[in-house]
Design a protein around this ligand. Structure first.
Ligand SMILES: [Zn+2]
Length: 174
């Protein structure tokens, strides 16, 4: 008689594919409600911190990245970028080196933001979502998880930008 230990175990039913519920749970709705209520305060506090960094940046003239001389001839212009909590405006000084024709905007370098773009943690989240889901679904997930209203095109643009930065870094390393 055959050894029962060698017998094949009965086949388990195939796993059920997970899907997004159309209706979020009551708790998720509560979480979202609190997050939406807190948005203005978070944005205001973030703006204060950005303004503080801007003030520090305005006080120092940067050095030219090419000839290392102090750069001059600053002009100031308004910029803004989109973050997870809303749009943040700032006044940015642009310096020039007359010799090398180089330009620098120290505040943008300090903060790591690009004017007119989606920046900060929101850009990272969108790039991550776009890496695991089609752009349309990534935009929907961003709305569900982060409370931001963006279309698939906006997600695509961020994914291109962040993806391009990663590719350039990889090329530079090799
Ligand atoms: Zn220079």
């Amino acid at each position: 008689m055959a050894d029962p230990r060698l017998a094949c175990p009965p086949l388990a039913p195939p796993p059920v594919r997970p899907s997004l519920n159309d209706q979020p749970s009551h708790f998720i709705l509560l979480e979202r409600e609190v997050e939406q209520e807190s948005r203005p305060q978070i944005l205001e506090r973030l703006q204060q911190k950005v303004d503080a960094v801007a003030e520090e940046a305005h006080a120092v003239s940067p050095l030219c990245p090419q000839c290392a001389r102090p750069m001059g001839y600053p002009d100031t212009h308004p910029v803004s970028w989109l973050a997870r909590w809303g749009s943040l405006p700032a006044s940015v000084s642009r310096y020039r080196c007359r010799r090398c024709k180089r330009e620098r905007q120290p505040l943008l370098d300090l903060l790591g933001v690009e004017p007119g773009r989606i920046c900060g943690s929101l850009a990272r989240w969108l790039a991550l979502l776009a890496a695991v889901a089609p752009y349309e679904l990534a935009a929907r997930l961003a709305n569900l998880l982060l409370g931001v209203n963006l279309n698939a095109m906006a997600v695509w643009r961020v994914a291109q930008r962040v993806g391009q930065a990663a590719a350039s870094y990889r090329d530079a390393l090799s």
